[in-house]
Design a protein around this ligand. Structure first.
Ligand code: THU
Length: 134
């Protein structure tokens, strides 16, 4: 059973995580927080690299941390950046979300407390998927 979603708590976790972003090249700090089906909140921030292509988005950091802690299903995600309208996750992050959920609500937040509720299906209607070997 999915835990109830407390959007204030999830948004606050994303805002807090954003403070730890490592974004010296773009200057664009992003925070994210995922809620797992066990009710845990796991957060992440973007981590850039002087080899630009090695940078990783906040969403994938948060999802990877949750999975590394044992989670396999995520039920909601919040993303926070200092931009309006609030930033939407990039395509690769949406595909990674699709690996661990069928559809989830995605809360897009700005640091100015602006919020927009979207969903994985809205932003990525047809994710790629592979049949699992039996
Ligand atoms: N970024 C994220 O962390 N999440 C997003 O949803 C969009 C972009 C990061 C990647 C890079 O470190 C910086 O923002 C600028 O693209």
């Amino acid at each position: 059973m999915n835990p109830a979603i407390d959007w204030d708590v999830l948004a606050d976790a994303a805002v807090e995580a954003r403070k730890h972003a490592y974004a010296p090249y773009s200057g664009f700090a992003v925070g994210s927080a995922v809620l797992t089906d066990a009710g845990d909140i796991v957060s992440g921030a973007n981590v850039e690299n002087s080899v630009y292509g090695l940078g990783i988005c906040a969403e994938r950091v948060a999802i990877s941390a949750a999975v590394a802690q044992g989670a396999r299903r995520i039920v909601a995600i919040a993303v926070c950046a200092d931009i309006e309208p609030p930033a939407r996750p990039c395509g690769p992050c949406l595909q990674v979300m699709a690996e661990f959920s069928d559809d989830i609500p995605i809360l897009l937040c700005s640091t100015q407390s602006l919020r927009h509720l979207s969903s994985l299906r809205e932003l990525l209607p047809q994710p790629f998927s592979l049949p699992r070997p039996s």
